[in-house]
Design a protein around this ligand. Structure first.
Ligand code: AMP
Length: 220
C-alpha cells in the first residue's frame, strides 16, 4: 500500500504541517523530511550550512533556493526515500524550488500536494503560544502558567520559544508565505495534484481528512 507514496505538505506556518506530516509518514511508513528541521539541526551542529542559514532563519526569511534544492536532493536520493517515498514538509516554498524539484523528480513525480488550509488570524494565535523542545522538537502550547525551566515530557529537553516564533519573525514569515509560497497553490492546481484540506479541528480529525485524500488517490 505504501510503496511509492510521495506527498508534499504545504500550508501556512502553524497550520499543523509538522504534526500531520509526522503522522502521515508513520502511517505510510515513509520518511518525514522537514526542511525546517534539517536547517535547525544544521544550526545546532554549527555546520557550514547551519552557519550560512542561522541569521536568515532568525529573521524569518527564506534560505537560498540553490542551497535548499541541494539539501532536498541529497535527502531524497537516500535509500529509504528512493524506495518507499516521502512526506516532504516545508519544501518547496518558492516557484524556483518547485520547478527545480519537478526536474529532479521527473521519473517519479510527487502524487499528492496537500494544502493544509488555516487562515492567517488563526495561525498567528497558534504560533504566538507555540513552544518547542530544543532537543526533540516536540511542540507545546503555552498557557502562561508554565515554570521558567519548562522541561519536555518526552525527552527532558528545555521547552522554549523558537527564535523565529517571536512576534516580529512570525509576521515576517507569514508575509513571506503570502508573497513567495502561496503562488505555489496555482502552480500545483494547474498540474491537478493539489488537494486543499481544511486544517481546523482536532489533530485526529485533520489527519483523517488527509488520509482519506491520499488513500482514495492511491486506489485510483
Ligand atoms: P519551518 O520549520 O518549515 O517553518 O522552517 C523554518 C525556517 O527554515 C523558515 O522560516 C526558513 O527560514 C527556513 N526554511 C525551511 N524550509 C525552507 C525552504 N524550503 N526554503 C527556504 N527556507 C526554508
Amino acid at each position: 500500500m505504501s510503496a511509492g507514496v510521495r506527498i508534499i505538505m504545504f500550508g501556512r506556518q502553524g497550520a499543523g504541517k509538522g504534526t500531520q506530516s509526522a503522522r502521515l509518514a508513520k502511517h505510510f511508513d515513509v520518511p518525514h523530511i522537514s526542511t525546517g528541521e534539517m536547517l535547525r539541526n544544521a544550526v545546532k551542529q554549527d555546520s557550514v550550512v547551519g552557519r550560512a542559514a542561522k541569521a536568515v532563519l532568525d529573521r524569518g526569511e527564506l534560505v537560498d533556493d540553490g542551497l535548499m534544492v541541494s539539501l532536498v536532493q541529497g535527502r531524497i536520493s537516500q535509500e529509504d526515500a528512493r524506495t518507499a517515498g516521502f512526506v516532504l514538509d516545508g519544501f518547496p516554498r518558492t516557484i524556483g524550488q518547485a520547478t527545480a524539484f519537478d526536474s529532479l523528480t521527473q521519473t517519479r513525480p510527487v502524487g499528492f500536494v496537500i494544502d493544509l488550509d488555516v487562515n492567517r488570524e488563526i495561525v498567528l494565535g497558534r504560533l504566538s503560544s507555540r513552544r518547542t523542545c530544543e532537543r526533540c522538537d516536540a511542540i507545546y502550547t503555552a498557557t502562561g502558567k508554565e515554570p521558567n525551566n519548562w522541561k519536555c515530557e518526552k525527552c527532558g529537553g528545555a521547552v522554549v520559544q523558537r527564535t523565529d516564533d517571536s512576534p516580529v519573525a512570525i509576521n515576517k514569515r507569514l508575509d513571506v508565505y503570502e508573497t513567495q509560497t502561496a503562488p505555489l497553490i496555482s502552480y500545483y492546481q494547474g498540474r491537478g495534484s493539489l488537494h486543499v484540506v481544511d486544517g481546523l479541528g482536532s489533530p485526529d480529525q485533520v489527519f483523517d481528512r488527509i488520509k482519506t485524500v491520499v488513500e482514495t488517490g492511491l486506489r485510483r
